[in-house]
Design a protein around this ligand. Structure first.
Ligand code: FAD
Length: 577
């Protein structure tokens, strides 16, 4: 097994040979710097993408710049849940749960191919941190706060719990709550949201870090960026600059005010991926870790399962977030305690990912006047920083940030904008309501396999038709890029032309996910993908070979945390907390 990629901040993406793609990249920087904008958003995670979309839909001129790839930060390293957050119930934060339940409903409707309902079971054993009746009260309240929309929870006795999940630990089992939440493709949600922003006129550039802020009359008036693909620097002027950089928040705040007090506390969360049949579960499983009583998940992902997450306070830079042996031991032991027949060991781990939660510090709350979940703070020179939040509530958070940004615009630009966000009622690209049976018929007539058709619909929704069109123009694009995965070559072309992919890693990690879904992390596809990308981006043969090698080296460079075998065996001797 190999772990996840480490974010290599500022790694230049080398130039290509052919001039035309580079020329268009230069022209892109030219457009960004041509005239002052209303908003400049720094950070291409879910927060920045959501803000850019909301602002563009309201008619503001907006640019978003991302230092690396879209979603390369925390937003592709989550638990992939769009959820109310059962743990907030315990903390009595009913407003947050209510808001999250509303956002879950909106995303299920407006991003239907990227966010889907998932049935959960929450088994309770003797000695767990909460007794079954308290978990029952929690899920009842969960339904109530969702206004009883969607499918409701049920309580299961011991027998029915085992009927639902036969591989669960029988010893001490009291019963379970069965309830519904939602799961999502986090990275694709970011990319699709950014594309929606582009459709409304936003300019979005990846591989374009902000190097410094530009001030005029002691007010932040823009930022100097560097295009890592051409190496060229430029200044983007904007009336309002928004810092939406997740775990990098404080470093960008210090560009405005070197003495800025930290707004964030970061904790590291790790997930591991194993084959689902090694555990044998059917549903999403939420449970109390027998090690420390935290709520954890074992979640289905096609034929795979991922187990998460850890929650370790850390001061490591986001670029260095990785997985260590302690993380592995914690996750394997917790899962083995719940599913004692699995006997999971480190050898079962196909991939891991690790992300930093950008949590708002407790002492920052008072300053911002916001909930603990997120904070919007104006710096001394006027930059707006949005910190915290979660994937689930990004749309509502973005609307709030854009309201604040409009209020901060100069008077001559302030009037006339729609006072309310339009994002709740607008589907994301690919989620338009449409009869997909015609697509299915066409795809099967072409000879695509059932798993490829399912894969396309899950990744692209109605935009799958565009992938078929690419293949109809060049039949070789219907071929798989890896013998062990249903993805086809046309997707690489689509990723490059429509989804801003610039490297093999962009494609295989965040757009098609082979990195996380195959034991070789898509290594066998690297050359093919590099050739396809190179055809689009004007790379010569040497560059194509270099790019494939770069991807293979990235895989090889990720350390393999190997816990001592004895610590990862079955039911651990763990006394319940
Ligand atoms: P990021 O995604 O990190 O984006 C910030 C971006 O800013 C990065 O891409 C970075 O490269 C860029 N950047 C930084 N500096 C610069 C610069 N100088 N110039 C240009 N760009 C820059 N939430 C849920 O709702 N459901 C879940 O299941 C869930 N699970 C989670 C599990 C874990 C382990 C973690 C860590 C978080 C989880 N979250 C979940 C929370 C959620 O993932 C985060 O709140 C969210 O992804 C943060 O998004 P962001 O855009 O603010 O930050």
């Amino acid at each position: 097994m190999e772990g996840e990629s480490r974010i290599k901040n500022d790694t230049p993406v080398p130039d290509g040979g052919d001039q035309s793609p580079l020329a268009s990249r230069r022209a892109g920087l030219g457009r960004l710097t041509a005239a002052p904008l209303d908003l400049l958003v720094i950070g291409g995670g879910i927060t920045g993408a959501g803000i850019a979309r909301d602002a563009a839909m309201r008619g503001l001129s907006v640019a978003l710049v991302e230092q690396r790839d879209l979603a390369s930060g925390t937003s592709s390293r989550s638990s992939r849940l769009v959820h109310g957050g059962l743990r907030y119930l315990e903390q009595g934060q009913l407003r947050l749960v209510f808001e999250a339940a509303r956002e879950r409903r909106i995303l299920l409707e407006t991003a239907s191919h990227l966010v889907w309902p998932l049935e959960f079971i929450f088994p309770v054993h003797a000695g767990d941190r909460l007794p079954l009746w308290k978990v029952a009260a929690g899920v009842r309240l969960y339904d109530l706060l969702a206004l009883f929309r969607g499918r409701r929870h049920r309580m299961l006795g011991r027998r029915r719990t085992l009927d639902a999940e036969p591989m669960l630990r029988e010893r001490g089992l009291r019963g379970a709550a069965s309830y519904f939440d939602a799961q999502c493709d986090d990275a694709r949600l970011v990319i699709t949201t950014a594309r929606a922003a582009i459709q409304y006129g936003a300019m979005v550039a990846n591989y374009m870090p902000v190097r410094r802020l530009v001030t005029r009359d002691n007010r932040v008036a823009g930022a100097e960026v560097q295009d890592l693909i051409t190496g060229i620097r430029g200044t983007i002027e904007a009336a309002v600059v928004i810092n939406a950089t997740g775990p990098w928040t404080d470093s960008v705040r210090r560009m405005e005010d070197p003495a800025a007090r930290p707004l964030l506390r970061t904790t590291r969360g790790v997930h591991i991926v194993v084959r689902r049949d090694r555990i044998g579960h059917r549903l999403g499983v939420a449970f109390f870790s027998p090690i420390d009583g935290r709520v954890m998940f074992v979640l289905p992902w096609g034929e795979l399962s991922y187990i998460g997450t850890t929650d370790t306070d850390t001061s490591e830079p986001p670029e260095a977030a990785g997985t260590d042996a302690n993380d592995m031991v914690y996750l394997l032991r917790s899962a083995n305690a719940l599913f004692p027949g699995a006997h999971l060991t480190a050898d079962d781990v196909i991939a891991t990912w690790s992300g930093l939660r950008p949590l708002v510090r407790d002492d920052a709350d008072a300053a911002s006047g916001n909930s603990r979940e997120h904070a919007i703070v104006e710096g001394p020179a006027g930059m707006l920083t949005v910190a915290g939040g979660k994937l689930t509530t990004y749309r509502a958070m973005a609307a709030e940030v854009v309201d604040r940004a409009i209020a901060a615009l100069p008077a001559r630009r302030r009037g006339g904008w729609p006072p309310e966000s339009g994002t709740a009622g607008e589907t994301l690209p690919g989620s338009e309501t449409s009869d997909l049976s015609a697509f299915g018929e066409r795809a099967f007539a072409i000879g695509l396999s059932t798993d490829t058709v399912a894969h396309l619909l899950r990744h692209y929704g109605t935009e799958s038709a565009g992938i078929l069109n690419l293949g109809m123009a060049n039949r070789s694009l219907f071929q798989r890029i890896h013998p062990g995965h249903p993805a086809i070559a046309a997707e690489v072309i689509h990723a490059t032309r429509r989804e801003l992919a610039r490297t093999v890693e962009d494609v295989l990690m965040r757009r098609i996910h082979l990195y996380y879904e195959l034991a070789d992390h898509g290594r066998a596809a690297a050359s093919r993908v590099a050739r396809l990308l190179g055809g689009e981006l004007g790379w010569d043969a040497e560059r194509i070979a270099d790019e494939a090698t770069r991807y293979r080296n990235m895989i090889a460079s990720v350390p393999r945390p190997v816990p001592a075998a004895a610590t990862t065996t079955t039911e651990p001797e763990i006394s319940p907390p």
